[in-house]
Unconditional design. Sequence first.
Length: 227
Amino acid sequence: MSRPAPSGPAPSVPSAPIGVVRVLTSDDPEAVGAHGRILERRFGYPTLSRCIPDQPHGIHDAATERLAEPKIVALARELADEGARTVIISCAADPALARTRTALPVPVIGAGSAAAAVALGLGTRVGVLGITDEAPPGIRAVLGPHFLGNLRPRDVRRTTDLLAPHGPEAVLAAATELVAAGADTLLLACTGLTTIGIRPLLEARLAVPVVDAVLAAGLMASYARSP
């Protein structure tokens, strides 16, 4: 004799989080979780954020990237061990991306290459705004012939410089120059630009799509976790 189907809603199953690797060291939980909260509001999935140690200015050149790489791999492995079903490296330089993908059994997304992929869906002449004089190699590789050029805002050389009073105006000036040079899409090649919330201002002033690297990575993560 078959049993009747249970009535009422099925019990909820906790959703596995998206792991977020922050490459800017902070002992402030609010700061560490800032990008994760943005993704939770936008995409509705839970996140689990951690930051690598001993890099208070993040990654801003080849030396700091080399220093960060083994820390990123170790932290991403820790997040996966804690149940993250996808891991985002929240840095537009995509540091240690290949190494982390090899080390983990779950998808790993680099914010820079994700942003470049989204930018290709929005335009054909992509201007890149970042904190280095050259666009990150991963972004250049994805954009290919659609890369228009790269600009670093004046007096901005580290992600923490974006928090200074001159940061937003310097970003707007560089973005304006890229659009004047023919950019039909802007790519924010530093996740610190997510932290200062500059995207709405740029889109309102310049009337072109602006790709936020954290949101682009979150979009890819939402696809990776779909059935």
